[in-house]
Design a protein around this ligand. Sequence first.
Ligand code: AMP
Ligand code: MG
Length: 398
Amino acid sequence: MTSRSVEDHARAVARLLGPALTPHTESVAVAAALGRVLDADVHSPLDLPPFRNSQMDGFAVAADSVRAVPVTLPVSATVAAGSAGPARLVPGSAVRIMTGAPLPDGADAVVPVEDTEPTAGATTDTVTVHRGRASGEFVRDRGGDVHAGELLLGAGAVLTARHLAMFAAVGAAELPVRRRPRVAVLTTGSELVAAGNPLRPGQIYESNGIALAASLTTNSADVVFAESSTDDPDQFRDLLRRATESADLVLTSGGVSMGEFEVVREVLTPLGGWFGHVAMQPGGPQGLTVVDGVPVLSFPGNPVSTLVSFEVFARPLLLRAAGLAPVHAGARALAGPLTSPAGRRQFLRGRLVDEGVRLESGPGSHLVAALARADVLIDVPADVTTMEAGENVQVWPL
Ligand code: AMP
Ligand code: MG
């Protein structure tokens, strides 16, 4: 069986997946852009606010006319949000105005309604102002937030609710975002049962498909196909054909090691796939094939192996395709000793603690509940067999 280092396999994967993960821009509706990566600088098409308007319910006045208070002014008009209102304020009068309504020319301040009272016994509409306001008070200027042509947000930002609020406010209908790779997930194993069904003897619940789909979504890919095959080659072949029809990239789990009924290896090797051993633990058996022009990346089926394989081989490429920052390893002190097999790079599950990083479980690649408690992978180099508490290791955030 052929064998290669983690680095060599990662390079082979990058080469094969490169065309499928080439960055492209697409346009999506603002309402559908949450979580997407902006793929170009976006400038404002208009001033915001688009017109001078009132910040309060109250009375638009010339500040000069309310310098000496109390003062009683005739109310010449009422303007609500959404109505154009009078073009000009008659000098010496007030316009009753609601929050967001346009300020008439000639008015330069708003007296909040709390600082006024309707004049008692008056036959005409008048208001008595008790507290004067300086020019500009409670007035929102046109362009006071952003000016037409100003940069709203730079390429590379991950769009949040507050970004979408801004784009909606300037009237943007669509945004240029990085296209998400379309990925198919195909798990294998005749023992697998979907949640919601009873377990018969020898069966287990399918978890890799759920885990891979979630990992893809987290790393800015679209899951366009998610199915589980038995170890029957015909069924696998059939599902694989459907997967390659719909996706830029296919991830498979299970069926790649040296036992019998290794359906992924058996079906893909004759199609020119590479199946071999990568000097790592977990995740030793790996596969890489191109089927009808679509790269198929095959991970071993143990749940921890599947997710570690995703972290090591798929995630860095997806992050790059998405225009997102790579995962940065950092050095942490080991909270306790560890041992590791010679000649294999080991990715142990760890948890960050005050003292540094502690092992979260043994090396068993079936320990999926222990994996859930981990927040980092501890990267033990291939030539290291023992480490003491206090020694520094590289950890990869999960
Ligand atoms: P395999 O790589 O197919 O030999 O599978 C290795 C181990 O992982 C076996 O114990 C399988 O039952 C288990 N396994 C394989 N695929 C899945 C899956 N999708 N969900 C949960 N466990 C799996
Ligand atoms: Mg299997």
